[in-house]
Design a protein around this ligand. Sequence first.
Ligand SMILES: *[C@@H]1O[C@H](CO)[C@@H](O)[C@H](O)[C@H]1NC(C)=O
Ligand SMILES: *[C@@H]1O[C@H](CO)[C@@H](O)[C@H](O)[C@H]1NC(C)=O
Ligand SMILES: *[C@@H]1O[C@H](CO)[C@@H](O)[C@H](O)[C@H]1NC(C)=O
Ligand SMILES: *[C@@H]1O[C@H](CO)[C@@H](O)[C@H](O)[C@H]1NC(C)=O
Ligand SMILES: *[C@@H]1O[C@H](CO)[C@@H](O)[C@H](O)[C@H]1NC(C)=O
Ligand SMILES: *[C@@H]1O[C@H](CO)[C@@H](O)[C@H](O)[C@H]1NC(C)=O
Ligand SMILES: *[C@@H]1O[C@H](CO)[C@@H](O)[C@H](O)[C@H]1NC(C)=O
Length: 555
Amino acid sequence: MIWSTLLAVVCAAFGDGVAALKNPIIRGWNPDPHVLRVDDTYYIAVSSFNVYPGVPIYKSKNLTDWELVSHAINRPEQVPLYGSRTNNGIWAPSLSYIAGTFYMTTMAMWGSDPNARTWPRIFWVASKDLISWSDPIWADPYGIDPHIFRDPATSKDYLTLMGLNNGYDQIWGISQCQVNLKSGKCVGPYRRVWNGTLPVTASVRPEGPKLFLKDGYYYLLIAEGGTGATHRASIARSNSPEGPWEASPTNPLIFNGANTTLTIGNTGHATFTDTPDGKWFATFLAKRYVGKDSPLGRETFFAPVTWEDGWPTMNRGKPLLISQSFDYAPDQQWPPPPFEDTFEGSELAPHWYQLRTPYTQNYRLIEGGGVVLVPNVFTLSDRDTPAAILRKQKSVNMTFTASLLSSQKPVNAWESIGISAYQSESNHQDIGLRGCANSTSLCGFAASTITGPGPGVRANTTEIPLNFPSVPADFQLHIKSEPKLYKLGYSTGNATVNWVKEFKPDVLPSGFDGAMFALYASGNSLPWEWDGAEVGFERVKEVYGEEYYEDFISS
Ligand SMILES: *[C@@H]1O[C@H](CO)[C@@H](O)[C@H](O)[C@H]1NC(C)=O
Ligand SMILES: *[C@@H]1O[C@H](CO)[C@@H](O)[C@H](O)[C@H]1NC(C)=O
Ligand SMILES: *[C@@H]1O[C@H](CO)[C@@H](O)[C@H](O)[C@H]1NC(C)=O
Ligand SMILES: *[C@@H]1O[C@H](CO)[C@@H](O)[C@H](O)[C@H]1NC(C)=O
Ligand SMILES: *[C@@H]1O[C@H](CO)[C@@H](O)[C@H](O)[C@H]1NC(C)=O
Ligand SMILES: *[C@@H]1O[C@H](CO)[C@@H](O)[C@H](O)[C@H]1NC(C)=O
Ligand SMILES: *[C@@H]1O[C@H](CO)[C@@H](O)[C@H](O)[C@H]1NC(C)=O
């Protein structure tokens, strides 16, 4: 017993093919991770774009298992995202721990408008315990990817972000001011401090600045090269948190963009931290590609950081391969046991999200288990908040099964209850039951909402004449995701699944976020019948399969 434990520890310490940390460390869309260590605990905050609650915070002591502990935006009135556009909402959080208080600094973007200028608004919220968060403090500057750093030498607080040089040229770069954490006001000059390492043009985007202090040098770590294949991390150092900044000879620190057949792509937006025993590592975002698709979107990745002459290197300066593992922690077992939610208790588990910001109560949990949806006029195709709860898709090889609550009453024509493989209001694939178009019974339906080809969104619905008088007991809806194909189906009891529709992952194109699986009900533009059927779900089960990724994608 002792020997085998010792052997396991020795093997873990030396890595080589034995249990060691693998990528990604947080699955499903979890982009722009900011890692922070406080004592023996690591925290990671990630972007949430258009979902509520916003800005998930994960916690781990061993780097292997990341528990979703809270959300920094957990009251609708903190930052209402009404009608916010796809890829907008809340982006790129950073975490700071200052005098016993956590600060989560980020920006909110409601939407771009061809006729007016709209800009991301910078704010932060504070918490002592990560559970209860303050109202936002809105900052003076606008821009992207803000970070607050308190200089331990002077106790001055710096707000660093991607900002404009001026409103006329509109050239983005890394800008900074000393800031008052209580008022959000700059208390020193607001200045451009670094342009990054790429040629300075109107389209360049040096973003994601993070400041830290190590062995007497201040470091400014940024993302640049755009958010696509040529995304990367770069760093500079200085004797002062205000610069001037000297770029590292080791830049770019992580760059998978030279070979677009790598399975891991779009690497960038890094933060660094050290372990209690003095090793360094980075977390950053990347995509896992299957062919040219990556429906899961940008996930949270890990790479070791090593130092030489005061300059860091990530992953020893090499592109990151999916086969690599790192002797910082034991590996994550995949596939994990199935996930099941029977909706017991008084609150929805934290990994369920709503779209944008709910302004009405869209669900309720019931005695004995189950979630009843409170449908409204909106659908998943509206830029609004339908009665829907969604979970991030974690693997390209998994199934998602939802069992409906039976109902006593019929539902009106077009009123629907279903599940969806959802990417955005313009890209989702649904299956469910709805009031038949031409009779008073319930029909099955499969619906497809896709962008293009050509302008606008096309929706296509197929009705399946099941002719149920009401939602039957033991009725299930299924989504099966294979690496290159999704299938939608339904079943009753233990009967085999009727697969009614399949589609390729390219109809769920990941933007800044990634695919989710939704439970929803909708009046489809009309209020749900005021005394109509109560509809909802009894349980959800996800079953995960093996994943076989090679370092390079085959076509
Ligand atoms: C990591 O920590 C979590 C929470 O303490 C624990 O449940 C899990 O088993 C640990 N994982 C490993 C691989 O030690
Ligand atoms: C950034 O680039 C602009 C345009 O070339 C230049 O005027 C400015 O001095 C640069 N700023 C820094 C901090 O290097
Ligand atoms: C990318 O790597 C693959 C596998 O090693 C190789 O066949 C291909 O030539 C490389 N492409 C580029 C552009 O370097
Ligand atoms: C309902 O009936 C109308 C009129 O006959 C017909 O055009 C339509 O296709 C029917 N809808 C469905 C879904 O069967
Ligand atoms: C709608 O879906 C049906 C069944 O999958 C298919 O035969 C038809 O071509 C689709 N129509 C459009 C416009 O995409
Ligand atoms: C389905 O199968 C399970 C396990 O075999 C069994 O307990 C259950 O009674 C079956 N349900 C139906 C409706 O046949
Ligand atoms: C999906 O998972 C199943 C179950 O683990 C496995 O048998 C199958 O090979 C996997 N498929 C792919 C394409 O990875």
